[in-house]
Every structure is written in structure tokens, then in C-alpha cells.
Design a protein around this ligand. Sequence first.
Ligand code: 5GP
Length: 186
Amino acid sequence: MAASIPPFSLLRNYAATTARAFVTVKVKPSYTISSTTLHHLPSRSRRLQFYASATNNEEAAARAAAANADSGAPTIFDRIIAKEIPSSIVYEDEKVLAFRDIDPQAPVHVLVIPKFRDGLTQLGKAEARHGEILGQLLYAAKIVAEKEGILDGFRVVINNGSDACQSVYHLHLHVLGGRQMKWPPG
Ligand code: 5GP
């Protein structure tokens, strides 16, 4: 008998032309593992098996998102910027928007994005002309940390490309804090 394990969610890039363009598209893989197999494993092995499955799915989703990376298609972040879908905004100015991540990995997890993507689907696409906005994004990360009361310890992460599990191709900084961070990161 098979046990269906509820899925993890992971955002996928989406194409504007599809019917799904107007919803937050989540990858909701369901893990089907034989309950016989499962119950014969020690609990740590079971946890590791779930972790491995989730990690593999995250990587697969990132590879799928990367396939569309250079298509110029809008991402979910365009709809957040346009306020067509709600987000919890922490900071906003003319050039930058910072809002809480829908799937927080720490008590504070805020995404800082440029309002105008201007080719910055990922950090690896940065050119000299992007220097100003890159600086503004970093400064906004500091403002977010200050507002969230985590100036004493926070982490700024940019996932670049599928090997780093980037899932949304609109440059974004993750500002994480509110708990002890570990090093090295996974
Ligand atoms: P990446 O994996 O590309 O570095 O990060 C993308 C982030 O965007 C993920 O942490 C994911 O949870 C977040 N995210 C995806 N969709 C939404 C959404 O609709 N709203 C918000 N607030 N965050 C989202």
C-alpha cells in the first residue's frame, strides 16, 4: 500500500501566455513511498529520505525554471510589483520593493527586488550599468534588517542559476534573520 506524503511548495517561473500566468504557480510534487518500505526504515533514515526527495524536487524545479530564464517572460514578482497579487511589504521606494517571502526559511525572510528588472533575471546577468541598482538593493537589505530588528545578525543570499536553486528569474536578495544562522550553508 502506498502512502502519499503531502508536498512541499516551491514557486516556479511562469509564462505570461498560459492560463496559469495569473496565479502563483506552485510545484506540489507528491511523494509516493511504499509504507512497507517506510516503516522498515529507522526514523532518521525516513527523515533523510524525505529530505532527499524534497531536495531533488527543489533542484528539478530550479532546472525547469532555468529553462525559461532568458525568455523575457514576466515572473510572479511582476504581479507583486504591480500589486495585482498581495504581498506583505516591508519597504518600498521608487526603485526597490521588499516583501516577506511566502515560504520563510527563518523568522525574518524578506525578498528585496528591483521594480524594473532591466535584464537582471539573475545576478550573473549583471553589467556595469546595473551598478547603481545593485547598490540600492544592498542598501535596501540593510534598511530591511534595521526595520526588522536584526541588524546584529542577518544573512543576505542571492541564488544564481539552477545549480544554486534559483526559482524566480527576477533578481532578488533574500534577507534572513531572527535565528542563529549556520555555516557552511547547504
Ligand atoms: P529563489 O529560489 O529564486 O532564490 O527564491 C524565490 C523565492 O520567492 C522563494 O523563497 C519563494 O518562497 C518566494 N516566492 C515565490 N512565490 C512567491 C509569492 O507569490 N509571494 C512571495 N511573497 N514570495 C514568493
